[in-house]
Ligand binder design. Sequence first.
Ligand code: OXD
Length: 307
Amino acid sequence: MPPLRLLVAHPDRDTEQAWQAALCTALPEASVEAWQPDSAPADYAVGWAVPAALFATQPALKAFFCAGAGVDDLLSSPEVPPQLPLLRIEDAGMGEQMADYCSAAVLGWFTRGADYARQQAQGQWRELPLQQRADWSIGVFGLGALGQVVVRRFEQLGFPVQGCSRSLLASGVVTLEAFLRRSRVLILLAPLTAQTRGLFTAQRLAWLPPGACLINVARGALIDEAALLAALDSGQLAAAQLDVFATEPLPADHPFWRHPRVHLTPHAAAYTVIGPAATQIAQRIRQLAQGRDVQSVTGWVRRDRGY
Ligand code: OXD
């Protein structure tokens, strides 16, 4: 049997080389190359923000592996052949980073980091009342591989935590309104799909308890950003920790940059950890090469669902 042929494409050359090396190690039986417009036909490709030409020049691909967690860009790209199976990374070290990011924000609010920073700036020595974990209910919207790690972290930290997902909403076990009304901290970790785009409107943000906090580590377009700003301005929301935005990089004149209640990071809450991700992809390629149906392989993207 001819060796499996694998292509890698990443806009950052060093990252592309790191992927190539990790996949060579994880899948020594395959030949792994960086994609070029004249690359010979390959069986599989792995990449992030790949050039549109990759798909046009590689019509024989059996599957494409997204080198990140979110596949919304791939699914909305007209260049990606509609029949090409797509698979995404599942956790592979990103869950722990998401849990670190979210718990750091919550513990900062819980221990009044911003309040004491303000007092320090004013030279003020004043003990503020102790807060109770029971008053800091955490709501995690999106219970995929990453959401589940975040839920577990807050359970370990002793906070009351509840989750909400597409399937829980569909089953009627929970309504979005009931979930939001119980979330002092709302953490968004759901994929961007036709159902979740713009889901968090002014009306839905108003279902959060007064003074609630929001963390978005999913996609900016889940929220109506103008409504979020209005909720922060009015004090309905006390704070927002934002890692993702409707437009990235965040435009220099965007009000989020200087808003006193917004803390932001440049889409850096969790990075793909290339070693474990390559091991995961190698396992899946072996399963496919042994004839396993792609629909039964973990990480297979259901296009009808959008993730
Ligand atoms: C993402 C990622 O999907 O960084 O945003 O993996």
